[in-house]
Write a protein that binds this ligand. Structure first.
Ligand SMILES: Cc1ncc(COP(=O)(O)O)c(C=O)c1O
Length: 468
């Protein structure tokens, strides 16, 4: 960590300025104006420090993104060097910079064989939007302008630009806002924990695959452009689909000329042990892979929409004279971001971060699974360093606590008091730590979480909110 004297931070002053001027993503205005923000000011490895100097294990990697951990001089140096060489140049109309070209080359080397092109953005939402714009353009170019509809899934999360939020299927996120409904459809989530009583996982998988086919037939295959899915649903509850789901939904898509977008914004860059999870983990060869977050381990914004040859070959055919591919952002392929991406990839390769995750991730899963001994824990699920605990009021019926009990938030608060950050999402607690977590750190992590859940259970009984 850089030499720090926490006295330089005036916590109250920062909090006041923040509260007076910043509108935060997902602000809860029922509490924000009273409580203000938590201030994280310093970091090192798997730890973040608040402005008073208290240390926390960052159990959520910033927001599923600080994959190689905090305080990496190598990334900071690469960014500084690049900013001195050439801080910025646009990549519009045939201009590039050395790091933008080199990073694209290295990323495509990790994608499935037939994905050899990418379009840079600065965030996952933007790169999902890019995928949709390109897909519409592709079908227009093919002379199939009716093919515009997109199928997504309930509880899928794809971002919060207008189109990305429309693709998102988390009902809570739509409350009070508008979304696009004429060309976006949601089919049920393949969540095995919530499958009908008595149904096998195999039958459930058949049903979820059929949901996709039924929806395509209902809309009419001639109108359906794409299916979008995260390999493992993240914000919607860390849902790992049944074995074979992705490969089979891919087959359905191929049958009806529907393109497959694999949203790997969270699963990419080692989180489940591979740079991209689609093919090695799920036997899925999508037409698009969307990636962001871990692409720079969060050191600076960057994202990429990776595009298969079939689509590229159509969109890159010369158009009417003078017509351009009119899509792009000022910061597409920003050289400082790409330099950070290259340094991040160097670290992932040199330290064999993916190998570490494949080796130690199952231990994290195993230790967390022990929490099923606790009466409030209904399910522990996920893969490697993408995990979640589902808390329920009744394990037999899987009944949830009333939302106002804020079970996830209570547990997270107890964790934070003990030096661990886990993310509450409704009744869930979600975990996505830096990928450098060691076995010993996993033990500390799980011990704190267990103690926090037990304390929460005791609180609920004491407050008369739960029988135990
Ligand atoms: C799977 C997935 N896709 C897209 C996004 C949106 O990315 P961003 O917030 O960078 O726009 C997220 C963000 O959490 C995500 O989890």
């Amino acid at each position: 960590m850089v030499e720090t004297n926490f006295a330089v931070y005036d916590t109250e002053d920062i909090r006041r300025k923040d509260r007076d001027h910043i509108i935060h993503p997902w602000t809860d205005f029922s509490t924000f104006k009273e409580e203000g923000s938590e201030i994280f000011a310093e970091s090192e490895g798997i730890y973040v420090y608040n402005s008073d100097g208290d240390r926390f294990i960052d159990g959520i990697g910033g927001l599923w993104c600080v994959n190689v951990g905090y305080g990496r001089d190598e990334i900071a140096q690469a960014m500084a060097d690049q900013a001195r060489r050439i801080c910025y140049y646009s990549t519009f109309t045939h201009i590039t910079t050395p790091p933008a070209a080199e990073f694209a080359h290295r990323l495509c080397g990790y994608a499935p064989d037939d994905i050899n092109h990418l379009f840079y953005g600065t965030g996952g939402s933007m790169s999902n939007d890019t995928a949709i714009r390109i897909i519409h353009f592709y079908f227009n170019r093919l002379g199939k302008p009716k093919k515009k509809h997109i199928i997504s899934r309930v509880d899928g999360y794809h971002g919060s630009t207008y189109m990305a939020m429309s693709l998102t299927g988390v009902a809570f996120d739509h409350v009070g806002f508008d979304i696009v409904t004429d060309i976006v459809h949601h089919i049920p989530a393949p969540n095995p924990y919530r499958r009908p009583e008595g149904m096998t996982v195999e039958d459930f998988c058949d049903e979820k695959v059929k949901d996709l086919e039924d929806k395509i037939l209902e809309i009419g295959p001639e109108n359906v452009a794409a299916f979008i899915a995260e390999p493992i649903m993240g914000a919607g509850g860390v849902v790992v689909p049944p074995h074979g789901y992705h490969a089979r939904t891919r087959e359905v898509c191929s049958e009806y000329e529907v393109l497959y977008i694999s949203d790997e914004v969270v699963t990419g860059f080692g989180r489940v042990g591979h740079i991209f999870a689609s093919e090695p983990v799920f036997d899925l060869r999508p037409d698009f892979i969307v990636t962001a977050k871990g692409i720079t381990s969060g050191y600076v914004p960057l994202s990429a929409t990776m595009i298969g040859d079939q689509v590229y070959d159509v969109i890159s055919v010369p158009q009417a004279e003078g017509a351009l591919f009119t899509h792009g952002f000022t910061y597409s392929g920003h050289p400082v971001s790409c330099a950070a991406g290259l340094a991040n990839l160097d670290i992932i390769e040199r330290e064999d971060i993916c190998g570490h995750v494949r080796e130690i991730g199952p231990y994290f899963e195993e230790r967390l699974t022990e929490l099923l001994e606790l009466p409030v824990v209904g399910d522990v699920r996920g893969k490697c360093f993408m995990m979640c605990v589902e808390n329920v009021a009744d394990r037999e019926t899987k009944e949830l606590f009333a939302p106002e009990i804020k079970i996830g938030e209570r547990i997270s608060k107890h964790c934070q008091q003990r030096g661990l950050i886990v993310r509450p999402i409704g009744h869930l607690n979600v975990m996505s730590p830096p990928l450098i977590l060691t076995r010993e750190q996993i033990d500390t992590f799980v011990d704190i979480l267990r103690e926090s859940i037990v304390t929460t259970q005791d609180d609920l009984v004491r407050e008369g909110l739960w029988k135990g």
